[in-house]
Design a protein around this ligand. Structure first.
Ligand code: SF4
Length: 178
């Protein structure tokens, strides 16, 4: 199985909680005005890599970086390649890494898409935190954690799937220090 990527960042503290490795997927249909990653839009751009090779690359990186908390799927639109990312996420979680995924689709849209696209449901289930919604320049806010505009949400996916309505993710560490 192959996946099309735009790039990889080995260390980030702005794409989810803790230190994270970020996979930038290639291809995005959303065309948000003011998008910071326009090079990721072309579905034929970027480069392809074997999922197996990508997994071993991340596994090696994590073995050298003991404080790596997890992996973030950014883009582009990660859910365009939901099936390979779901497989990858499952294997990464077996290494003790957590999964954050961005999407220009909302949780509700993804849940509806999952009815006909098995991979979308599989990736949702493997995702710990979904950062959802389009980037809206009119709602830009530099003070937000991990996202660019106020309409975007940090969704606790496991809690949301259990309760049946969107539950916001809250950082327990921040709650302790609040
Ligand atoms: S969803 Fe993300 S990558 Fe796609 S156009 Fe919007 S901001 Fe850019």
């Amino acid at each position: 199985m192959e996946i099309r990527l735009s790039g990889i960042t080995e260390e980030s503290i702005v794409d989810g909680p803790g230190l994270r490795l970020v996979i930038f997927t290639q291809g995005c249909p959303h065309q948000c005005h003011g998008c910071h990653n326009p090079d990721t839009h072309d579905i034929n751009g970027g480069y392809t890599t074997k999922l197996e090779d990508l997994f071993h690359y991340i596994e090696k990186s994590a073995s050298h970086n003991k404080i790596l908390r997890g992996v973030t799927f950014s883009g582009g639109e990660p859910f365009l390649q939901a099936e390979p990312l779901a497989h990858l996420a499952k294997r990464l979680k077996s290494l003790g890494l957590d999964i954050v995924s961005y999407s220009g689709f909302t949780f509700e849209q993804l849940a509806a898409m999952a009815v006909n696209h098995k991979g979308v449901g599989q990736l949702l289930k493997q995702t710990d935190i979904l950062i959802d919604g389009l980037y809206r320049a009119s709602e830009r806010d530099l003070g937000l954690a991990f996202r660019g505009s106020r309409n975007q949400r940090l969704v606790d996916v496991a809690a949301t799937l259990t309760v049946g309505r969107v539950i916001a993710w809250e950082d327990s560490a921040q709650r302790i220090w609040a």
